[in-house]
Ligand binder design. Structure first.
Ligand code: 5RP
Length: 228
């Protein structure tokens, strides 16, 4: 059922794309529905160029005939369309469930607008139910882990964090980093937490996307809702 809603939201976002746009293209199952919808419009003559946020998205979009480039070639984008693991009423997000949060945040930050596409299960009043992904440098992992836990302690958050993939075979991002997933339950002060995390030297990025999304299409039993 959620796949059907993801597809609906993705198709609505594809309708917002117009010829000439420079697009950031997200990562994940919802973003893949968007890539398919965009490819159909490209086959019908829509002229766009895209910057993918992961190798996975690059392969799919390229195989479907979408013209692609890099952010170095095209450092300013008109619109990024991407999924999310959670979104709140202020359009703050948790992203990174698919492990692409760093490139996703760089691409979204280079875009004038960002549309989030999601099924209704992703909507929350307060972020935090979904584990917060934190991308870290492998060097000094234990020291970085402790510094992150210190921040959680200072902010009264649970000290519950796991290395994605496990220590025997950690998940490695497109950038060659690891991901720590923090089960925080509820994050009342997203900006404070984000600021404290990026100040830790071994932290590359975190999955809190604040003031990046400009619109969301959220699909459920009542159809597609627009959140502004
Ligand atoms: C990848 C992401 C995805 O957008 C997020 O995990 C949502 O994925 P899906 O659309 O498969 O539910 O942030 O890093």
């Amino acid at each position: 059922m959620s796949d059907q809603y993801k597809k609906l939201a993705a198709e609505r976002a594809a309708d917002d794309v117009t010829s000439g746009m420079r697009l950031g293209i997200g990562t994940g199952s919802t973003a893949e529905f968007f890539v398919h919808a965009l490819a159909r419009r490209v086959q019908d003559g829509l002229d766009v160029i895209g910057v993918p946020t992961s190798e996975r998205t690059r392969e799919l979009a390229s195989s479907l005939g979408i013209r692609l480039t890099t952010l170095d070639e095209l450092p300013e984008l008109d619109l990024t369309v991407d999924g999310a693991d959670e979104l709140d009423p202020h359009l703050s997000l948790i992203k990174g469930g698919g492990g692409a949060l760093l490139r996703e945040k760089i691409v979204a930050s280079a875009s004038a607008n960002m549309i989030v596409i999601a099924d209704g299960s992703k909507e929350v009043a307060t972020l935090g139910r979904f584990p917060l992904p934190i991308e870290v440098v492998p060097f000094g992992l234990e020291a970085t882990r402790r510094a992150i836990l210190k921040v959680f302690g200072d902010l009264g958050l649970p000290l519950n964090m796991a290395l994605r993939g496990g220590s025997a075979q950690p998940f490695v991002t497109d950038g060659g980093h690891f991901i720590l997933d923090a089960q925080l339950e509820s994050i009342p002060e997203v900006q404070t937490l984000g600021d404290r995390l990026v100040a830790i030297p071994g932290v590359v990025e975190h999955g809190l996307f604040i003031e990046l999304a400009t619109k969301a299409y959220v699909a459920g039993t009542d159809g597609v809702k627009t959140v502004l």
